[in-house]
Design a protein around this ligand. Structure first.
Ligand SMILES: *Cc1c(COP(=O)(O)O)cnc(C)c1O
Length: 357
């Protein structure tokens, strides 16, 4: 099939200006912090959180949205009259709305009816629109239909996340982690831990580790109600689930193309009560709230630290603080909601408390 992009000419002035706007937004931005946790229980193991909540749009999806826009612009998929469409009700839509507004483009997030109004408000805050569908499995087909009808561009984060990020280069998250670790007592992490949503960050970090021949292993942590772990074990791409993950941003009901099993050294499923318990405990350590996927990551990192300590190993472990907790005051930080939707988190909190002592 031939596809024509009638509005696209190479080095079109608008496209150059759009790229310059995104690059200057990047130039004005500071790198995100790498926080070292003060956990006296682990004598010879240091644990770090790469704090992605400090991006202008509040999550690690700021990096992804920037990359997807640059990828679309340089591919000739986005021009001055292109409507941007994405199937996301979460952080990706919020960050993409921000960049669409920066470029003066219309942005439509295709979201299930059940999406929390707080999130729709955030998408609208950046000038984005919400287009509702009844069920969550309808968002992909409806996004494609809308893109065709409006002569727009469907960003499709779950397909393009892994390839839109330049995994070899200077300004990706993996390079930043290794640079920031340089003066630590264990500068080369023994492990990096990350949970897949698109799988884009795992791909970037895993490829970078291999490319630079680092002696670092990559652990993926999956929440309950996700097919990624089972797919990692079996290679079965046809796996699906009826219900979605309760840990926002991670876990998928179908195998997504951006999830690349070959970059991962080890994978584990973390119980939702452990993920949510961990962010409540983390608040007692750093005095700040984080989203639940940070709990999944950190619980996995702490498990590794326990194993390393038991084996007499020394070293460092790095994981990600993916977004802040302000978005989740009604859910993960509402104890009634937690009791009804996640279960008992007190055992996890009690278990983790000994790490500070
Ligand atoms: C997207 C997301 C992740 C997972 O990152 P990917 O690179 O998409 O795998 C984790 N946590 C949150 C809050 C996210 O929005």
């Amino acid at each position: 099939m031939m596809t024509n992009y009638p509005h696209t000419t190479r080095n079109n002035q608008w496209v150059c200006e759009a790229i310059r706007k995104i690059e200057s937004d990047f130039q004005r931005s500071a790198d995100t912090h790498l926080i070292k946790l003060d956990l006296r229980y682990f004598k010879d193991i240091d644990i770090y959180l790469k704090d992605e909540s400090t991006h202008p749009t509040g999550s690690l999806k700021h990096r992804l949205a920037r990359s997807l826009f640059l990828y679309g612009l340089c591919n000739g998929w986005i021009n001055e009259d292109t409507t941007i469409i994405e199937s996301s009700s979460g952080s990706t839509a919020i960050s993409e709305a921000y960049f669409a507004r920066l470029l003066g483009l219309r942005f439509i997030a295709v979201v299930p009816q059940s999406t929390a109004s707080r999130k729709i408000d955030q998408i609208r805050f950046y000038g984005g629109e919400a287009h509702f569908v009844e069920r969550s499995d309808q968002i992909y087909a409806e996004s494609r239909r809308l893109a065709k009808a409006l002569n727009g561009h469907y960003m499709d984060q779950f397909t393009y996340a892994e390839r839109a990020t330049d995994w070899r280069s200077n300004n990706n998250i993996a390079n930043s982690i290794f640079e920031q670790m340089k003066f630590e007592r264990f500068p080369e992490p023994s492990w990096i831990v990350m949970s897949p949503g698109t799988g884009g960050n795992l791909a970037t970090i895993g490829r970078f580790i291999r490319y630079r021949c680092h002696n670092t292993q990559l652990m993926a942590v999956d929440p309950q109600n996700s097919v990624f772990h089972e797919y990692y074990r079996t290679g079965d791409t046809s796996l699906t689930l009826d219900c979605g993950s309760k840990i926002e941003g991670i876990g998928r009901p179908r195998v997504e193309p951006s999830f690349i099993p070959g970059v991962i050294d080890r994978m584990e499923t973390i119980a939702d009560c452990d993920s949510v318990g961990t962010i409540h405990w983390l608040e007692t350590v750093i005095g700040r709230k984080a989203g639940a996927s940070t709990g999944t990551n950190l619980f996995g990192a702490l498990k590794l630290a326990e194993d390393m300590q038991a084996n007499g190993e020394k070293g460092s472990i790095v994981t990600l603080l993916c977004d802040g907790g302000d978005r989740y005051l009604d859910t993960y930080y509402n104890l009634d909601w937690v009791k009804n939707n996640i279960g008992d988190i007190s055992q996890t909190i009690n278990h983790l408390m000994r790490y500070q002592g």
